[in-house]
Design a protein around this ligand. Sequence first.
Ligand code: PLP
Length: 461
Amino acid sequence: MKPDTPTNPLLTDASARSIRYLDGLGTRSVAPTASAIAGLKAFDERLPEKPSDPAATLRMLDEVGSPATTAMAGPRFFGFVIGGSLPVTLAANWLAGAWDQNTGLHRPTPGTSFLEQIALRWLLDLLHLPADCTGAFVTGATVANLCALAAARHGVLRKMGWDVEGKGLFGAPQITVIVGQEVHPSVTKSLGILGMGRNRIVKIPVDGQGRMRADCLPPVSGPTIICVQAGNVNTGSFDPIDAIFQRVRTKGAWLHVDGAFGLWAAAAPSRRNLTAGIADADSWATDAHKWLNVPYDCGLAFVRDPEALKAAMAISAEYLPTQSEFRNPSDFTPELSRRARGVEVWAALRSLGREGIAEMIERNCAQARRFAEKLSGAGFEILNQVVLNQVLVSFGDAEKTVRTIQAVQDEGTCWCGVTVWQGKTAMRISVCSWATTDADVDRSIAAIVKVAGGVRGAHQN
Ligand SMILES: *Cc1c(COP(=O)(O)O)cnc(C)c1O
């Protein structure tokens, strides 16, 4: 684009196309059609030699790309654990995109850095975490777990007089890492990246809901990190965090909570009891792109001891104005250059307020129970206690369940994924979108029941 090219028509067109796309989400097939996916071959061009009209590039992106998306932003996508985007957060994302602020350092980006600081303070308040924690806006809960566990590694080794950032782990005191049998793989991946080993961990048995059994905790001594889960990715269950922490708190272990979606239960009065004891942890990881419904990507790490996270993440160089009376975001994140993810978080928190967020989480939890009750009423087995927003449904044996899930995805009214949990194949329904209404739930249930009947009938023939 030449500097004198008018941006206005292009951006107006982008906005019109985006709005059309969003308006169509309620009526289109949630999964892209086979012909839309086949249409992607139009992108398979040779690298152009010459410039062309940017408007034509945008048109192609919309005409070929939009139909080939899955309607994750729509009201009836229940796969994985994926929120939509509240309109105000998408709008804030557009504006912050126009600002194009590299929010690694405060001094050149005072506006976005300050907004992130405010968003962080509000989050600690909303989630009932200690007000003096620090935090980092990162890409997702995977990197949030990584950041928190880097701080943990620093914290437990500093106590032993070992400088892990300076000397690495070569010759360092051994760290014991304790997790539950159903730990999220992003935690074990983070442990691997940090040199603590994906497999060199103590795995505690879990109960019939996937919760760590506190009575199985081994005696704790020496540098120890304990990772608990707030929100099991299959069942939505919470580890008995209070009981676990009471057993190890006095032993000086570092307590980390993976609360990618479950941490938001703290903001919903009827779910808050699930998070008992959580504020006693040393670090927490969560996602804003899941239940807070901000656009991808946005995760959050919170750490009680700011110095531990800073020691693990800060960099310095002569040309970087890191000496500042302000908080430099890059002192707390793996990235130096970064977009200001906190802007959309701020927009969500400011526009919904405490009550609006509680309403959204309560509504999604009630909708998960609605799914469970009605599908159970229709004769299908619900495998988990629906304590939060996750529902596991069996349609019979593994093969029948897999075929039903495929047929549900093909039918297009809604989208749910497959999982294997404690040896059983199940359809996993995750409700965490601001856009989902009870009518969407009922429409999805009707489609699932109808499709399952068809699969059952076909099987009997
Ligand atoms: C989704 C999830 C993660 C990983 O989060 P990303 O945002 O995908 O990086 C980690 N832990 C749990 C419990 C999750 O649900």
